[in-house]
Design a binder for this molecule. Structure first.
Ligand SMILES: Cc1ncc(C[n+]2csc(CCOP(=O)(O)OP(=O)(O)O)c2C)c(N)n1
Ligand SMILES: [Mg+2]
Length: 578
């Protein structure tokens, strides 16, 4: 039902219904099934948020736009609908912009809607309230940016934003709504007709038959094939087709971080625990929704070994091909259509890879898993990462439908390796940029969008970027359990100031901080855990109760290593250290 702003008497004294910008935006969102807004109120969007709530949209208010933006971005990833972030002008817009750029980089569909100030004044730079040419600033950081100046264009404006966000390779879209637009009035019937329900917003993109054949021919020639699943494969929600391809082919698969659980990490073909072996020794690598960026060492160099390697790549974006190395068999299309075509093309008598390759991978994996096992069972106090993560690993095994949010350095890298995932799209983390600050925004959106319990495993530094949103979690009574790996700092809490001065080292925080008390301030449950046993009890209680909980897990400040697993990326001087 279209909402109407008002009724007026016409000259002929017939009643004529009117609507306005506020209501047209709400109606356009609802018409397209966009029923949740993540944002922060203020001029010129406060009333809009109120009206949206009154009209049945779920409006979640955050404490900072960046967190609302991260929430919207991951809502997009989880639902394949653009997540909506709503902000005020200039500073609110800029706060949301990091998340918009993050969404674009990670290929998550999101629309940042920001109110903006008077065009006439902004463009003459006459110093309006929160003056900024937001459209121009957003453009290089997103897939598309639009501004709507007239109420009758709201329907088309939102339709363009939705299509841009989710068609092809998904990404972030900016929609600029000047303050004046909200109050513009027009005839309700004409307004209703101006709205657009976007039909087939992300149309299937079928791969060319010859591309599929080429890929299968290369795959057939392989002696040591490998499949790499990226978060694009997780986004596609083509879970059954992907499982068929992997299982029918018999090829070992390596999941990237957010693709973990597409097939369980405990699947016999999973090569997660034999990563370095499969990257080095494979001869044909099929990338599915994974890019050869820094996370895969650009497809070359030491990580990939000396043996010649052929790459097959499945991606919706043709420009992705040959981005870092030659792709001998590009398959361009949406992941679901491509994978389905490959499975069909494999026919009924596909030859699985040579047994010695399968054996090599399995042996390496079993050895690595066995080596790790005793470390995960230690009950040390203060805890080390392995003891604490061993407990969380079991909890996720017992509660495979919980969503795991993860950020930090050591806390991220070790959790990624240790905690097995069992279901698709249950692990969400720092993504392509290794960004800190996604934690609470992701947790909130994951709980809101899926209704599942959330376990957020956070470095103490990582948590600090979005920590104030624990109030938001308490306010909306979300089933989120935050575990802070508190090692008194960034990477380690043991650095010292070489000058002996009163400031602590740049990587060190307050010793013995009690993050659990932050949660209690807002009516949530706080707990201080000093042993793996205590941690286990506290997390299980939180997951059972569904109450907002924050557990301060005391980790040995000396346990971590510099930059976690990516210390090699720190620049080194060519000069010898003094
Ligand atoms: C937005 C942003 N700022 C800064 C960084 C640099 N950075 C990488 S990891 C990290 C924090 C690591 O410390 P913590 O979260 O406590 O994890 P730990 O290694 O101590 O377990 C920082 C600040 C980043 N990745 N993103
Ligand atoms: Mg830390």
């Amino acid at each position: 039902m279209l909402t109407t702003a008002n009724k007026v008497e016409t000259a002929a004294s017939e009643e004529r219904e009117l609507t306005d910008g506020f209501h047209l935006i709400i109606d356009a969102l609802k018409l397209n099934g966009l029923d949740t807004i993540y944002g922060v109120p203020g001029i010129p969007i406060t009333d809009f948020g109120r009206m949206a709530q009154a009209e049945g949209i779920r409006v979640l208010s955050f404490r900072h736009e960046q967190n609302a933006g991260y929430a919207a971005s991951i809502a997009g990833f989880l639902t394949k609908k653009p997540g909506i972030c709503l902000t005020v002008s200039a500073p609110g817009f800029l706060n949301g912009l990091t998340a918009l750029a993050h969404a674009t980089t990670n290929c998550f569909p999101m629309i940042l809607i920001s109110g903006s100030s008077e065009r006439e004044i902004v463009d003459l730079q006459q110093g309006d309230y929160e003056e900024m040419d937001q459209l121009a600033i957003a453009k290089p950081l997103c897939k598309a940016a639009f501004r709507v100046l007239h109420a009758q264009d709201i329907g088309i404006g939102l339709a363009r934003a939705i299509r841009a966000a989710i068609s092809g390779r998904p990404g972030g879209v900016y929609l600029d709504l000047p303050a004046k637009l909200f109050g513009q009035v027009m005839d309700a019937e004409a307004g209703r007709k101006s709205l657009v329900k976007v039909i087939d917003a992300a149309p299937a993109q079928i791969p060319a038959p010859e591309a599929v054949k080429r890929a299968l021919d290369v795959l057939k020639s392989a002696k040591k094939p490998l499949i790499i699943l990226g978060k694009g494969a997780a986004y596609a929600q083509a879970d059954d087709a992907i499982r068929s391809l992997v299982e029918k082919s018999g090829i070992p698969f390596l999941p990237m971080s957010m693709a973990k659980g597409l097939l369980p990490d405990t699947h016999p073909q999973c090569a997660g625990a034999a990563r370095s072996t499969v990257l080095k020794d494979s001869d044909v690598v099929m990338l599915i929704g994974a890019r050869l960026n820094w996370l895969l060492s650009h497809g070359k160099g030491k990580t990939w070994g000396d043996a010649p390697k052929k790459f097959i790549q499945i991606d919706i974006e043709p420009k992705e091909m040959d981005s870092n190395v030659e792709i001998v068999a590009p398959v361009v299309g949406d992941i679901g259509s491509c994978v389905t075509a490959l499975v069909q093309g494999m026919g009924g008598n596909w030859t699985v890879p040579p047994a010695d390759w399968i054996k090599t991978v399995q042996t390496k994996r079993d050895d690595n898993v066995a080596k790790m096992a005793p470390r995960l069972m230690n009950n040390n106090s203060p805890m080390d990462y392995h003891g604490a993560l061993g407990v969380l690993r079991t909890i996720i095994k017992e509660r495979p439908d919980a969503i795991l949010v993860n950020e930090g350095a050591n806390t991220l890298d070790l959790a990624r390796g240790i905690i097995d995932m069992y279901q698709p799209r249950k692990r969400i983390d720092v993504g392509t940029w290794g960004i800190m600050g996604i934690g609470m925004g992701y947790s909130i959106a994951a709980a809101v969008e899926t209704g599942k319990p959330v376990l957020a495993v956070e470095g103490d530094s990582a948590f600090g970027f979005s920590g104030m949103e624990v109030e938001t979690i308490c306010r909306y009574k979300l089933p989120v359990c935050v575990v802070i790996f508190n090692n008194d700092g960034i990477y380690r809490g043991t650095d010292v100031n070489p000058t002996g001065g009163p400031d602590v080292a740049p990587t060190v925080f307050v010793k013995g901080a009690r993050y659990d008390r932050m949660m209690e301030a807002f009516g949530g449950v706080g707990f201080n855990a000093t042993t793996p046993d205590e941690l286990k009890r506290a997390v299980n209680a939180a997951m059972d109760s569904g109450k907002p909980t924050l557990i301060n897990a005391v980790i040995d400040p000396a346990a971590g290593s510099e930059s976690g697993r990516i210390g090699n990326l720190n620049p080194q001087s060519a000069l010898k250290k003094k």
